[in-house]
Ligand binder design. Structure first.
Ligand SMILES: [Fe+2]
Ligand SMILES: [Fe+2]
Length: 231
């Protein structure tokens, strides 16, 4: 169970990224409340709440409750080695993501082909946006696995303005495409009368968003700051 008092007190001026990294269960609250803790991790809790029309004190109370609950606490990756974290990212996020991108692409094309006439503009924009996301993420993971992660594992400092900033920029691009997918799917509300493939596509895309937020959070807020000497 995480300490409630260390490594620093919870305040509205703490950044969302620091909270997510130091108290992993806070990410459950962020997901529930729609607070972006991966690409938006540099914002203070106060700013992030303001954007969502939420009361920061209320959100802090919810985080405290999650911490007190304790059971099923996610792993505190700040306390693990970079090698363990990289191994976890590749096994738990990259490999399943490659598979999921192929599966969901097939489903998006099938829904467009079979049901395209019901909502042609939205379904074709959805398929196009999904392809942009897939084309962004597949080479992105390759670059991480072939260039950046081995560099970090070698122990050499990663230079400023280099591969880390490039990867963070690509995370931002992916984050914007996720926002677009959420808009196009009406917040993943399954339309009445949708077939099983349509329903499974909406559910699969929502799960993809959740997993990507966690994945990008581990890289942006824990792995990269440590690799560049910022944490
Ligand atoms: Fe990654
Ligand atoms: Fe990444």
């Amino acid at each position: 169970m995480q300490s409630l008092s260390s490594p620093f007190a919870l305040t509205p001026t703490t950044t969302v990224g620091e909270l997510a990294a130091s108290r992993p269960s806070s990410t459950r609250v962020f997901s529930r409340r729609g607070i972006d803790f991966c690409c938006g991790g540099g914002k203070t809790l106060e700013e992030a709440c303001r954007r969502r029309g939420l009361d920061p004190q209320e959100v802090l109370r919810e985080i405290q409750q999650e911490l007190e609950r304790g059971a099923g606490e996610p792993v505190a990756w700040t306390e693990r080695s970079q090698a363990e974290l990289i191994q976890h990212i590749v096994a738990h996020y990259h490999e399943p993501l490659r598979e999921e991108l192929r599966r969901l692409h097939g489903m998006a094309l099938k829904v467009l082909r079979v049901h395209g006439e019901k909502d042609p503009e939205r379904l074709s924009q959805l398929a196009d946006t999904f392809v942009l996301l897939k084309d962004e993420l597949e080479p992105h993971m390759e670059k991480e696995e072939r260039i950046l992660f081995p560099w970090i594992l070698s122990g050499r400092p990663v230079p400023q303005g280099g591969p880390i900033e490039r990867m963070m920029f690509e995370h931002e691009q992916a984050g914007q495409l996720l926002v677009r997918l959420r808009e196009l799917t009406g917040n993943y509300e399954v339309p009445p009368g949708a077939c099983n493939t349509w329903r499974a596509l909406w559910n699969g895309l929502e799960a993809l968003e959740r997993e990507l937020h966690e994945h990008i959070h581990l890289e942006n807020n824990i792995l990269f700051p440590r690799a560049s000497g910022r944490a």
